[in-house]
Write a protein that binds this ligand. Structure first.
Ligand SMILES: [Fe+2]
Ligand SMILES: [Fe+2]
Length: 374
């Protein structure tokens, strides 16, 4: 049965800017957001350790815990200088010869681009912090809902990891940057969807594969681009954990999907696609344009057409696509998701490394400890 983009994502055209911007956070002053979960808490009386790859991951998680105090918080951060240094070090992204004639940026000089860089960083780190809280809540939910003892054990370590992630991003924003942003509406809608779904494996698919896959890729990208040593170290350690989190999703869902029907797999494909579109929409930074006082619609249009857009978009999906492939989601139902990822322009990442095993090589915490002992 063919299902249209309108039914799936509420618009026929992926780049329908009006529809994208129609989703906005109307509750920016709220201090709380309540979501009703529909899932049951599952006890298991089967305590036998039958899932060796999850047991291995659990052991790794216990020995690679770190503390926020391990980071060099006494580093002096001059945000404007950092933004200038980042822009200079990555000039291939910032001076790609984009013609700004007729756009809101036509009259922007260095001062405006610097202010934008600062706001953009405040926004990006704020969204990471909110996303980390989403992960904290989702993994607490997985502890309750997953029926396997090995997975409950592992998920409990992830709850601790995510608490630490919220803590370090929040502290970095407070001590080193210059302002917070409320959660982006597309990210909020995605997190709400993941939390309200009653099927335990959908929490995994939404959080461990989609949200965390994107986080792992964008932390890596930001780590590479950043010239600020404290943030670099923070991201290195957070990524060490995130690689395990994505592996947890891949290892668990591989087993579970093997027993699902074609109809059930198709529902997972649709869920993955909807999540992918929401994440793409959230990266248009509509709140930053608002704060900069430019026409948001024109700014977003400009961003969508920018020559570096495919690189950026590819970066976001470079972990998600190979992991979906590994889970069999690309090719099930006559390649439905393959087609959708082709439309999104991200299918070229299908044969990149998946994250089932990558976590050992990304464990910087273990590597640093090893080096300190030597
Ligand atoms: Fe995290
Ligand atoms: Fe995570």
């Amino acid at each position: 049965m063919a299902i249209s983009n309108e039914e799936l994502i509420g618009r026929a055209d992926l780049d329908d800017i009006e529809a994208i911007l129609a989703t906005s956070n109307s509750d920016v002053d709220a201090t709380m957001h309540e979501v009703a979960a529909n899932s049951s808490a599952i006890f298991t009386w089967d305590y036998e350790r039958t899932r060796a790859p999850l047991a291995k991951l659990y052991e790794k998680a216990k020995t690679s815990q770190w503390n926020a105090t391990d980071l060099p918080w006494d580093t002096d951060v001059d945000q404007e200088k950092v933004v200038e240094a980042n822009q200079a070090a990555n000039s291939y992204l910032y001076q790609s010869g984009i013609d700004t004639t007729g756009t809101p940026f036509e009259n922007w000089g260095d001062k405006e681009w610097l202010a934008f860089g600062v706001e953009s960083q405040n926004w990006t780190l704020s969204q990471f912090m909110h996303g980390e809280q989403g992960a904290l809540i989702c993994t607490a939910q997985i502890v309750e809902t997953v029926p396997w003892i090995d997975a409950k054990y592992y998920a409990s370590t992830q709850v601790m990891d995510e608490a630490r992630h919220v803590e370090v991003f929040s502290r970095y924003l407070d001590e080193k940057l210059s302002g917070h942003y409320p959660i982006n509406a597309h990210l909020k809608a995605l997190l709400d969807d993941i939390i309200t779904d009653s099927r335990w494996d959908m929490t995994y698919l939404g959080m461990q594969i989609m949200v965390e896959g994107l986080a792992l890729a964008s932390f890596g990208f930001m780590h590479q681009m950043s010239t600020e040593p404290l943030l670099k170290q923070l991201l290195r350690y957070v990524m060490s954990d995130e690689a395990r989190h994505v592996a947890f999703g891949v290892l668990s869902l591989q087993e579970y999907y093997a027993q699902l029907s074609a109809t059930e797999i198709r529902e997972r494909q649709e869920f993955a696609y909807e999540a992918a579109v929401r994440m793409r929409d959230r990266f248009l930074q509509q709140e930053v344009w608002e704060r900069m006082g430019v026409d948001v619609k024109q700014a977003v249009k400009f961003v969508l057409q920018a020559p570096d857009r495919p690189i950026f978009q590819g970066m976001l999906f470079s972990k998600i696509v190979p992991n979906c492939k590994k889970l069999g989601l690309l090719d099930a139902a006559d390649g439905w998701l393959r087609e959708k990822f082709t439309e999104l322009g991200v299918i070229q990442f299908e044969d990149w490394a998946d994250t089932g095993e990558e976590y050992a090589s990304l464990d910087m915490v273990a590597q640093d400890r090893e080096a300190a002992r030597a």
